[in-house]
Design a protein around this ligand. Sequence first.
Ligand code: ADP
Length: 267
Amino acid sequence: LRVTFTPIHRRDKGTTGTIAVLQDVTEQEKLEQSRREFVANVSHELRTPLTTIKSYAEALNDGALEERELSERFVGVIRNETERMIRLVTDLLHLSRLDSNQAPLRRRQTNVHEMLDEVADRFSFQLRQKSIKAAVRVDRGLKAAWLDRDQIDQVLDNLFSNAIKYTLDGGTIELTAKKPADSDMLAISVKDTGIGIPKKDLIRIFDRFYRVDKARSRNMGGTGLGLSIAREIVKAHGGTISLHSELNEGTTVTFTLPLLREGGEPA
Ligand code: ADP
């Protein structure tokens, strides 16, 4: 609570009173604090790859260029770091568009089964590489939903790529779509048999840049923004997203979307 006192002056009578203003600044301060943290995080996330790029470029300059094998390796590192920075900046731009509502939803009637099958297809190479089995299950009666396909594809890709990243070889991933009874919402889940998330981290897991293991996430090419982007997109659709996880057993992320068009017509 911020209290400010302003004396009331009257030219003829001097000070005749005081105005006290009580202002609840906790919300405002929290916002300010999280903005400061965000800027610090962005700077740090950009600085890390830039420092790496600089030192590898210097090493090339200082003679590594003469050795073919070494220079190829160094150029590889520089390319990887550059790609990660591009991913990071792309994610940041996407978040900022979502924050300022500059990404109007283009909802269409969408076949849910087809959409989920295509997610698994997009990742078939990575699935094979890690011998991970993927299964898609869609409730019988469930046909179409009213959603922005590009945006929901982004949500599904973020969740599915996490499931692959954080699941050991030989695991399984299930993609399911259900219509819970007495609800006009569609519930989509991505369930893995992966490493899971410790209880103490669950509360911050949707925060921007929050990762259980920074080094691991970076090594996997993660930006720490995937879940926050997913949450913003789901929110824009009028749905909710939640995550359940057991350490060393697996993680399930579930999000809901309205099945009906605005106005209540079936999609
Ligand atoms: P990242 O780019 O690091 O994957 P995300 O925002 O997508 O960023 O996820 C944040 C963090 O949540 C990850 O760094 C990881 O620690 C944890 N996480 C997300 N999905 C899973 C999952 N399926 N299994 C285990 N941990 C996960």
